[in-house]
Design a protein around this ligand. Structure first.
Ligand code: GLN
Length: 191
């Protein structure tokens, strides 16, 4: 059976991720309920607003099932706000904001500051032959990386693409370009 990738669809931009998976021949479905979460083999947590997403995870009843599936090793790709949701520790978050510790990193929200709150950069990514054009929108970056976390790309020495086992997180939005290599990398981690 082909893998079914869930796209957490509580808030944020899902459609570009769906198109990327479609272009790669993978099936993706929206996830808004615990039943839908239980039916997927992998999950994407998209960009958006991590504080809002954290609240909606609570009110939708998804918070506990999500924590459980992450603890059980659900392959997950978090982009931007999704990276924040998956981190062990969040700096400059709201006090009631929840993160799930699926990857042992500390991230700082809106870390690039106001002046450069959105920018684009051609990133060298470990394992990819050519640079990746990366779109950053009020992006976080990683301030601490735990043992077992691979840093695959950085901007000015700040990690912006990390992986720990089957969890991949990017501070930027790979779904906003037509470069499919990171979605492909994620799919390759799903058995
Ligand atoms: N700044 C947002 C947050 O803290 C993330 C922005 C994004 O996902 N593009 O959640």
């Amino acid at each position: 059976m082909p893998v079914k990738v869930g796209l957490l669809a509580l808030q944020g931009a899902i459609e570009p991720h769906a198109l990327a998976f479609q272009a790669l021949g993978a099936t993706s479905v929206e996830v808004r309920t615990p039943d839908q979460l239980a039916a997927v083999d992998a999950l994407v947590i998209p960009g958006g607003e991590s504080t809002t997403m954290s609240k909606l995870l609570d009110t939708s009843g998804l918070s506990e099932p999500l924590a459980k599936r992450l603890a059980d090793g659900l392959p997950t790709f978090g982009t931007c706000a999704g990276m924040i949701i998956l981190a062990r520790t969040v700096l400059d978050g709201r006090v009631d904001q929840q993160s799930y510790g699926a990857i042992d990193v500390t991230v700082r929200r809106n870390a690039f500051g106001r002046q450069v709150d959105s920018f684009e950069a051609d990133l060298a990514i470990d394992g990819l032959a050519d640079p990746f054009h990366a779109v950053f929108i009020r992006a976080p970056f990683v301030e601490r990386v735990g043992d077992g976390v691979e840093v695959l790309a950085s901007v000015d020495g700040h990690p912006v693409l990390c992986r720990q086992g089957v969890v991949l997180v990017s501070a930027f939005h790979p779904e906003l370009t037509d470069d499919l290599r990171l979605h492909e990398l994620f799919l390759s981690s799903i058995s």
